[in-house]
Design a protein around this ligand. Sequence first.
Ligand SMILES: Nc1ncnc2c1ncn2[C@@H]1O[C@H](COP(=O)(O)OP(=O)(O)O)[C@@H](O)[C@H]1O
Ligand SMILES: [Mg+2]
Length: 282
Amino acid sequence: MEIITSVKEIQKISFCLRAEKKQIGFVPTMGALHQGHISLIKECKKNNDWTIVSIFVNSIQFNDQNDYKNYPRPLDNDLNICQELQVDTVFAPSLKEMYPEEFLTFVNVEKLSSNLCGEYRPGHFEGVATIVTKLFNITNPHRAYFGAKDYQQTQIIKKLVRDLNFDIEIIVLPTIRDENGLALSSRHKYLSQEEKKQTYVLYKSLKKALSLLDKNIKDPKIIIDQINKIIVKEHLANVEYIKICDPVHLSDLKYISNEALIALAVRFEKARLIDSIIWRKN
Ligand SMILES: Nc1ncnc2c1ncn2[C@@H]1O[C@H](COP(=O)(O)OP(=O)(O)O)[C@@H](O)[C@H]1O
Ligand SMILES: [Mg+2]
C-alpha cells in the first residue's frame, strides 16, 4: 500500500492508472475509521481495479473550532485498517498541501445546502463541496463512495457532480449501525457511557415515524411531535432539529404523499449526532 501526501504525486498515479485502463474507485474520509467507512472501502474494492482512500480532516467544513481541534486523528490505526483491507493507495495530505496560503476558491451548492444541517452549521456544506471537488480533481476516479448516514451530503455531491460535469459515478451505501441502532460515527468517542446508552432513541424514533406513515398518518407535524416525545424522554439528548423533507429537493414537506426524508440532529454534551431514514409508499 502506498501512502501519498503530495497532490502532484497522487495526480500522477491516477494519470498512469487511467493510461493503463484501470478503473479507479475513491473513498473520501476524515479518518478515525469505523465499520461505516470499512463497508465503503470493501464495496469500492469489489468494483474497481484500484482503490484510493483519502484521510483528511477538512478544516473548512468545521463551523466549530473546538470540534476541529478535538476531532480524532488515529492515523497509524487507520493505516493498519487500510492495509488489512488491501487498499491500494492512501492519500493523507497536510492542511497546507490542500489549503496553501491565499486559497480563495469555494464551491457552493445552493438551495440543497440551506435546510437541515445547513441551517445549523453555517459554511459546513461549502467546506464539504469544496474539498470533494478538490479531491475529485486530484484523484480523478471513475466511482466515488459515500454513506447514506450523511444523506444531505450525498444529495449535494450528486448535484455538484452533475452541475460541474464530473464524469464520476456516485455510489451511496446504507448506514451501518451498532447493535442498538446507533449510526456509527467517528465522533462517538466523545460520548460518555451514560450518553451512549441514550443514543438508541434516534433510530427508535425514526422507526416509529415509519410505522406512523405506514398507518397512513401523513401530517409531518404529528410525526415530528411523536419523534420529539420519544427523544426528550432521554434527559441527556437535546433535539437540534427534526424535519420531514422532500428526499430530492430537501425542502420541508407540508404533506407527505409518496416519499419523505425524515431527518434529525440531536446534541449530547460534546457530540452532535445525525440520522435519517427514507419512507416510500409501497
Ligand atoms: N455509519 C455509517 N455508515 C455508512 N457510512 C458512513 C457511516 N458513517 C460515516 N459514513 C461515511 O463515511 C464517509 C466519511 O465520513 P466521515 O466524516 O469520515 O465519518 P463520520 O461521519 O463517522 O465522522 C462519508 O461518506 C460518510 O457518509
Ligand atoms: Mg462525518
